[in-house]
Design a protein around this ligand. Structure first.
Ligand SMILES: *Cc1c(COP(=O)(O)O)cnc(C)c1O
Length: 366
């Protein structure tokens, strides 16, 4: 019995080996390790792909969020709304930028931030909101934008899981003042190491981000303020530039696999994800809901199938946020879902027969 991995990054490398090897060799020969043509070219093509005006490569997605928040120059101690169901980086960035995290519950259908609940958490000190396009499905950006505009909040989109996702035909990353992307190897557009980017349609904010990421300067020793060092290096940029040309095709494969899963899971005891109208889900993760998750994962494991959990503990209930004193009643949806979410294998190179095998196990849970 062959195993079905949760993710197989080597399949993608094998497919693109000549292109990728050539791009990496070029960087090595030119010694363009930091900055350089590959970085500039990638930043331009990624901005163009999204329909944004600026892209700034940085060290990783967490830095992208943090630098974006810093660039907004909010008063210290501002409150920033973050969804309860996300990776910790979304919330960490708020604290590290000197602000206060305010969690809101998630929407029961899309798993993304609930705009209605976010609205209830807006207070006098609230200055920004970070919608996360979780698992690859866009948030309700009409709702987020309306809420933000009504209360003068800045919007930073966390697009770490949603390269190429669209809301009403427009790519995510173009709705907020700023957007953060991650190129962690396992993301839909992944580097061969860490990488990230900030995207914006606001020139002034984009320049501010570029300066923060580069020691507060534009020219070599002309530091206008204290910044930091966060770079997307030349090798990663070269890899990403090659991969970006294939992203749409990979996304379409992900969407086909998701549709196949969805059809096969009908009548099974697991609940397939729901694709909301006018939102292009890019299926970074294929997350279902099940009862008795431990047992289901064990059954899958026995059949040689890997699975994952995103995320087993909602952010407000992590030890890291114990200081906020939250209880399950504060986030009823996130609290009731955290024990049921299960991520099934999904990557572009996955085979139809493999999906059928996974679904076969899920139908026979008994
Ligand atoms: C991966 C991820 C990040 C962080 O990106 P890194 O590149 O790992 O720092 C932030 N937010 C979400 C939702 C993510 O999935």
């Amino acid at each position: 019995m062959t195993k079905i991995p949760f993710l197989d990054l080597s399949a993608q490398y094998r497919e693109l080996k000549p292109e990728l090897d050539e791009a990496m060799a070029r960087v090595l020969l030119e010694c363009a390790f930091v900055g350089g043509e590959e970085l500039q070219a990638f930043e331009q093509s990624f901005a163009k792909y999204l329909g944004a005006t600026s892209c700034i490569g940085v060290g990783n997605g967490t830095d992208a969020l943090e630098i974006a928040l810093e660039a907004l120059e909010l008063p210290p101690g501002s409150e920033v709304i973050v969804p309860a169901n996300s990776f910790i980086a979304t919330a960490e960035a708020v604290t590290r930028a000197g602000h206060r995290v305010v969690f809101c519950d998630c929407d029961p259908d899309s798993y993304t931030l609930s705009v209605a609940d976010a609205a209830r958490r807006v207070g006098a000190a609230t200055r920004a909101i970070i919608p996360v396009h979780l698992y690859g499905q866009p948030c309700d950006m009409d709702g987020v934008r309306q809420l933000a505009d009504a209360h003068g909040l800045k919007v930073i989109e966390d697009c770490a899981q949603a390269h190429g996702a669209e809301f009403r035909g427009r790519k995510v990353g173009t709705f907020g003042e700023l957007a953060a992307f991650s190129f962690y190897p396992g993301k839909n557009l992944g580097a061969y190491g860490d990488g990230g980017a900030i995207v914006s349609c606001d020139e002034r904010l984009a320049t501010r981000c570029r300066m923060i990421a580069n020691h507060g300067r534009i020219a070599k020793y002309d530091h206008e303020f204290e910044g930091r060092n966060s770079r997307l290096d030349g090798l990663q940029a070269a890899v990403l530039r090659v991969k970006l040309r294939h992203l749409e095709r990979w996304t379409e494969s992900r969407r086909l696999h998701a549709a196949h899963y969805g059809a096969l899971l009908e009548g099974s005891p697991v609940l397939a994800p729901r694709e909301i109208r006018e939102r292009r889900h890019v299926y970074h993760l294929y997350v279902v809901r099940v009862e008795e998750r431990e047992r289901v994962q064990q059954k899958l494991r026995e059949a040689g199938i890997d699975s994952g959990v995103h995320y087993p503990i909602a952010l407000p209930f992590l030890k890291a946020y114990r200081r906020l004193g939250h209880r399950e009643e504060d986030f009823p949806v996130a609290a009731s879902y955290q024990g049921k979410l299960l991520s099934l294998p999904l990557f572009p190179e996955l085979g139809r027969q493999q999906i059928e095998r996974v679904c076969g196990v899920l139908h026979s849970l008994g």
